[in-house]
Every structure is written in structure tokens, then in C-alpha cells.
Ligand binder design. Sequence first.
Ligand SMILES: [Zn+2]
Length: 196
Amino acid sequence: MIEIPARKGRAVRVRKGQRIKVINTKGQQVVDTWAFNADDLHEFMSMEHSRVAIERIIPGIGDALVTNKRRPILTLVEDTSGGIHDTLFAACDRWRYEVLGCKDYHDNCTDNLAAGLAALGLTPPETPAPLNLFMNIPVVGGNRVEVRPPVSTPGGYVVLRAEMDCVAAFSACPQDMVPVNGLEMRPTEAHVDILE
Ligand SMILES: [Zn+2]
């Protein structure tokens, strides 16, 4: 079991056929999730390509997320979290927090992705739009997007099956200026388990 510490990121190598269990340990934590082809980091899970493939904006059980080369990379096979995730929002970055009024450096998912991959000796070619697990961004009135607290509860989890050898990365989103991680706006740890 791998802990994703509050506000931090981790990355792990996953083989084709293994399953990744992402656990919302405290229940209100968004986990930004990425997957890169282990043989070519320039091929990665792409939200814009995945929305075309699955014909919706939130993946459901059996939906395969695809890469920027439109090949399946992760399939959602189990979800006990309430089924609400986000594919629309970019990963947070230092500039997002500057826009929100933060004057000093703020932990962010973009830097967490880079740090997670750096621990494996890798560098992401860019920051792809993440699969924002547990993130609740409803489309209201057909066009407006709102930031709401997650619907998941402690211990809720999703399981993603790897469809190719990949490098998966996770960030326990450090957002504490809007209620994306719950109304208390207090980021917490999450956990990841790799299952055979
Ligand atoms: Zn974030």
C-alpha cells in the first residue's frame, strides 16, 4: 500500500493487467491521476481523447480511458465512491493559486506530478489534463461548471486496470482555497494499492 501524503504526489510503475486501487481514505480528497506509456512518456492518458471514446464526461464501470494516440491505457473496473469524478479541469499549478490570491508558493498537482516522476528518474513531457478522481464538478444548466465537495465517503475507492505497461502518478490535491477537497478545505492523505 502506497500512501499519497496530503498535498503531495507519488508515481509507480504498473504492468499491463495489474489493477490500481485508489482509495479516498478520509473521503473528501481529490486525487489527480495520470498514466504514461512506460515505453514512451509522450503517449499518455488524455481526457480530451477519452471523452470522445466514452461519449461522456465522467467514466463509468467498463469505460476505457485512452491515450493521445487513442489506445486504451486504463479501464475503470470498480467504483465504490459514488461515481462522481472530473475530466474537465486542468491540474492545479502555482498560477492557479496566484489567480486565487495566494502570494507565496503553494503546493500544487503539477509540481507533484513532476516530483513523483522524478523519484523514478523520469520527467513528464508535459502536464496532461488529469483524471480527477472523486472531484465533483457538475455541469449546471448545460454550460456552467461549479466546484462542489466530493460525494465520496471514507474508504471509498476506484479500481483501474492497466491496459499497457505504464507509469501511473497520483497527487493528493493541495487545493485549500476552494471546496474541491470538502467544505473544510483541508487536504488529507489518500492511498494507492497495486493489485495483481
Ligand atoms: Zn490540485
